[in-house]
Design a protein around this ligand. Sequence first.
Ligand code: PLP
Length: 375
Amino acid sequence: MINFNIAPFIGTELNYIKQAVDNKKICGDGEFTKRCDAWMEQRFGAKKILLTTSGSTALDMAALLCGLKPGDEVILPSFTFSSTANSFVLAGAKLVFVDIRPDTMNIDETKIEAAITDRTKVICAMHYAGVACEMDTIMDIARRHNLLVVEDAAQGVMSTYKGRALGTIGDIGCYSFHETKNYSMGEGGAIVLNREEDIEKAEILREKGTNRAKFFRGQVDKYTWVDFGDSFLPSELNAAYLWAQLEVADEINNDRLATWNAYYKAFAPLAAAGKIELPTIPDTCVHNAHMFYLKCKDLDERTRFIAHMRERGVACVFHYVPLHSAPAGKKFGRFAGEDRYTTSESDRLVRLPMYYHLTAEDRQTVIDAVLAFYA
Ligand SMILES: *Cc1c(COP(=O)(O)O)cnc(C)c1O
């Protein structure tokens, strides 16, 4: 069976984990966490990046930093992972779902403005498949209406929009290093802080409400409980695992892109013949090959496609059940405007195996199986 995903493993991880153990520092914010944070800040041109225990908790921190009050509204797509929504529910907000664009499956920026009310405080842009939302338009709407922008860039590490790293464009960005993402630490993530005023607040929030980060920098002579907080910092063992991958981030990226491009080239004739649809990458976006999906004719064809692929030894998956149609989505939110594409497009979407070091042989097996289905 060709797996749908295999967590990245470079080979240097165990050595780095051993180093963390030898350093006698396995709790958070040691050598490896600092290396990961600094590497990302430099590479992505970010003011401040802090590792977190997951992409979900990075989003939790982001939502808490937005200073939401009960009844405040957050605009987000319905076609996203539950974590995007959970964080704003945790912060007490109401969810307002907006339709997506069928070409990128990202929030339709032209439908955001109509969903704004006098309770709206935040727009959350989720960059699906590591392909950026139309950020210039979203930032312009946000500035004109005095709203904050949170980027759920869980899938967008190493992707850019007009040359800028995803996560660094809005007010706050969030990355995930879950084992299903391009770079992994098992469970983990990072928060990207693009506003100076959030940095100290985020450090306090992440370290149980204490000013411990300031203490370690020698800026205060004792540390104390200064505000509400929680524990959002990952173990050094996880950071050591991630560091092994960040060191070779370009190699991982290029390997994934090679698979993505091979799929795209092989299926272009099917798309030209109108049998399937392929992802669109706008000219403004450089993506990271986080996933390869195609769209079948309809739900019925997709069900048959997945069964056919399974028979041929290829694991394919689909997602997401639109949040507005899920029990929690009904409880915590509402859909603004018409669901023109969210449900119909998510019903047709199917993802092919995509991971670092997918062999050329396995790639060909996947391609042959897809071509055979449509032959
Ligand atoms: C993976 C993912 C998350 C959550 O990340 P975890 O690290 O698994 O908590 C959030 N949003 C999106 C869009 C994701 O794909």
